[in-house]
Ligand binder design. Structure first.
Ligand SMILES: Nc1ncnc2c1ncn2[C@@H]1O[C@H](COP(=O)(O)OP(=O)(O)OP(=O)(O)O)[C@@H](O)[C@H]1O
Ligand SMILES: [Mg+2]
Length: 275
């Protein structure tokens, strides 16, 4: 039997280790991460940090995984399969943040850190006591940090209401040690949404008309995993982010409309061809 040709250009099979929480609804978290990495031609492995009971209407329970089991999953992957990039998402408490920071101290591959704090529906996914540890222990390990507006406000203490504010917050996070910051703009009001990619040497804006939809569950997880896939495949940072951003835009535009709340994206759109 002939192998099906999927996707236009073959990308190298970058290995991505994802350290994040499970979303039973499949729209965000580990499930979104695995779909994203796969859709973009990478190989996904995981260390699960928490099991959330979740659907499009919200999070109704969180079962944290013990820190030593989080670390053991990651080590089992790294010691055998290896990884070309790592992505971190939900880390529920201080112990999880510390355990992951310790793990990352021993790895050389690029790390995309999505400093997840609150779910789209409003549920807290990280204890507030862990915010300072994220800033001190994880931000300096980020090849790319991908905060949304409330997360950047929590990490910097700045209020963010404009593009200039986004830029200022990103600069504070660079000063805190991140190699690059993708300061997302989904939470700001307005007809257009702008994400700013800032490094010490450059600024790139990714801007589009806001898609009017309630189906934006997991956009942040999806974006960060798509960035990590690009880095794992050897794309330069700006290209990895540009491809990731375009992938998310199309995935939102093609959202299937599942659920009565904030529904999932269409992660598999590259497998189905033109809309
Ligand atoms: N309505 C929209 N139209 C177009 N792009 C959007 C929309 N909402 C979010 N995005 C894009 O989705 C990506 C994620 O941004 P957002 O600020 O929503 O992250 P987030 O809050 O971390 O998401 P999540 O709640 O899933 O964790 C960004 O690239 C942003 O520009
Ligand atoms: Mg997010």
């Amino acid at each position: 039997m002939r192998k099906a040709a999927i996707g236009k250009a073959m990308q190298p099979l970058g290995r991505v280790l994802i350290i994040a929480g499970s979303d039973s609804g499949g729209g965000a978290g580990i499930q979104a991460d695995i779909k994203t990495v796969t859709a973009l031609g990478g190989y996904a492995a995981t260390a699960i940090t928490a099991v959330t009971v979740q659907n499009t209407l919200g999070v109704s329970a969180v079962h944290p995984i013990p820190p030593q089991i989080i670390t053991a999953q990651a080590r089992a992957v790294l010691d055998d399969i290896g990884a070309d990039a790592i992505k971190t998402g939900m880390l529920g408490d201080l112990a999880a943040v510390r355990a992951v920071a310790e793990l990352l101290a021993g790895v050389a591959v690029p790390v995309v850190i999505d400093p997840v704090m609150v779910a789209k529906g409003g549920a807290a996914l990280m204890e507030s006591s862990a915010v300072a540890a994220v800033r001190e222990l994880l931000v300096p390990r980020a090849a790319l940090l991908t905060p949304n507006v409330p997360e950047a406000e929590a990490l910097t203490g700045l209020a963010i209401a404009s593009l200039d504010d986004q830029r200022r917050a990103a600069e504070v996070l660079l000063a805190a040690g991140a190699a690059a910051v993708l300061m997302k703009g989904g939470h700001l009001a307005g007809d257009r949404v702008t994400d700013l990619l800032i490094t010490p040497a450059s600024e790139t804006a990714f801007e589009a008309e806001r898609i009017v939809t309630r189906h934006t569950h997991g956009t942040g997880c999806t974006l960060a995993s798509a960035c990590a896939t690009g880095l794992a495949q050897g794309l330069p940072l700006t290209e990895a982010v540009a491809r990731a951003w375009a992938y998310v835009q199309e995935a939102i535009a093609r959202a299937p409309g599942f659920g009565a709340g904030q529904g999932p994206l269409d992660h598999g759109w590259p497998l189905r061809g033109p809309a």
